[in-house]
Design a protein around this ligand. Sequence first.
Ligand SMILES: C[S@@+](CC[C@H](N)C(=O)[O-])C[C@H]1O[C@@H](n2cnc3c(N)ncnc32)[C@H](O)[C@@H]1O
Length: 241
Amino acid sequence: MMSRAAKAAYYVAASPLMRLNGMIYRSFRAPRSGPVKVHLGPGQRHYIDQWVNVDANMFTARCDVWTDLRYPLPFRNATIDAAYSHHVIEHLPDIAGHFRDVFRCLKPGGVYRVAGPNGDSAIAKFVERDLDWFSDFPDRRHSIGGRFENFVFCRQEHLTILTYSFLEELMTQIGFERLCLCQPAIETNHPLLFRECLMQEDESDPAVPHTLVVEAVRPRGRIDGNGSAHHGRADGRVLTP
Ligand SMILES: C[S@@+](CC[C@H](N)C(=O)[O-])C[C@H]1O[C@@H](n2cnc3c(N)ncnc32)[C@H](O)[C@@H]1O
């Protein structure tokens, strides 16, 4: 794992260039029509063919667009059909802003599948004192508190704790509808859109998943992402096998 200081220095140095690169991509290369699927933060091993893979790390990640997700996404309004991120948003300082931006880029009817460390499960397992549910990554910890801290903050890499009700609140305010907690995490309400993503996901504990996976739809007929004209309600539907 890159040290925090090295990562901070990298972002300070590279962010203006990434921002420029994103703006150039958006102006000249971003797809304006046809089916467009965007994968945010693929990292090293999870590049998906036929998707537009977006990442900031030019050393460790394989991507099509090198840009920083803290800036506006490099896509025009209402031009993408699907967005996918897996263990990425917990690294972002403004999750609500990120959801708003994904909403802006999605076509009406477009879907965001977003996944990250499951705070609900971690809290339940902390209360149960189930040491084995937690790993000792990134630091070797033997206590339940130490392992819990590892999971939630990952040596200060993660900026927040993700729970379903938190994501539901943010996404609903922005105007997403048909929110779905995917349970088990490897399920989807949109198999045609996310087939390739599911093939990459693995969950060692389907009953108490380590990864929280939520899908949400941009309603048809909406123009902006400020939630003021919200006419869809999250149905809180839970997928079961
Ligand atoms: C923990 S890795 C997850 C990789 C992969 N999605 C997976 O599930 O294994 C987080 C990824 O998000 C990317 N990332 C984190 N913050 C970012 C940012 N501000 N802009 C762009 N990419 C970012 C990192 O470079 C890294 O590739």
